[in-house]
Design a protein. Structure first.
Length: 189
């Protein structure tokens, strides 16, 4: 089993990244082959909306998006994490989503993934706002919805994890309880 972790936030080693690592640790302990990348290390330009990929299944822009989609195409499990920015995903995650059209086939209701991989997806986010305002104000729900719009069109079972209340970027981080939950999710996926 191949598992691909994708960090779509700029801060390596912080909340979102730690949660991705915990899920990947669980996956590793159940024998999965692990790879992790950070989208901020890749050159991903914005979608031009030309629709060429609908005909050719390939984006006209020759940049690192092709590398990332190729990795995702081979993964059985994808662990995708973004910090919540303005109740949504990070701007780099959004560029990645827009440019993922060649990963799908065009169905009657929009893009659908017909290939089997990835069969399982874990979506992760963290935000500053504490629970339950995360949900009352649509903060976490906004970010998770944005991720589900894309990953929900794949042939995949989806699990979500979120860490609220990460108000102080220098001090805060996921609790041991949250990290254990993430590890267990990976181990029992
Ligand atoms: C540009 C930006 C926008 C943010 N927008 C929100 C937001 O809408 N709601 C919120 O609760 N926290 C928001 N935050 C706080 C982050 O989501 C929070 O600190 C998160 O835990 C950071 O994750 P990281 O430690 O993995 O980078 C924002 C932070 C930044 C830098």
């Amino acid at each position: 089993m191949k598992a691909l972790g994708i960090l779509a936030g700029p801060r390596k080693g912080r909340t979102t990244d730690k949660m991705i690592d915990a899920v990947l640790d669980g996956l590793k302990d159940r024998g999965a082959e692990i790879e992790k990348i950070s989208l901020y290390d890749y050159d991903i330009k914005p979608c031009m909306g030309c629709y060429e990929c609908e005909k050719t299944k390939k984006c006209v822009i020759d940049d690192d998006q092709r590398i990332v989609l190729d990795k995702m195409d081979k993964a059985d499990v994808v662990v995708f994490g973004t910090p919540t920015y303005w109740s949504n995903v990070s701007s780099v995650a959004k560029k990645f989503f827009d440019r993922s059209l060649p990963f799908f086939d065009m169905g009657k209701t929009g893009p659908v993934r017909t290939a089997k991989k990835p069969g399982k997806v874990v979506l992760i986010t963290s935000c500053g706002c504490p629970y339950p305002f995360t949900h009352l104000l649509g903060i976490i729900t906004g970010c998770i919805r944005a991720m589900r719009v894309v990953f929900g069109r794949m042939n995949a079972k989806i699990k979500t994890l979120y860490v609220p209340g990460m108000m102080d970027p220098e001090k805060d981080g996921p609790s041991e309880k949250m990290l254990k939950k993430a590890y267990r999710l990976g181990k029992n996926i």
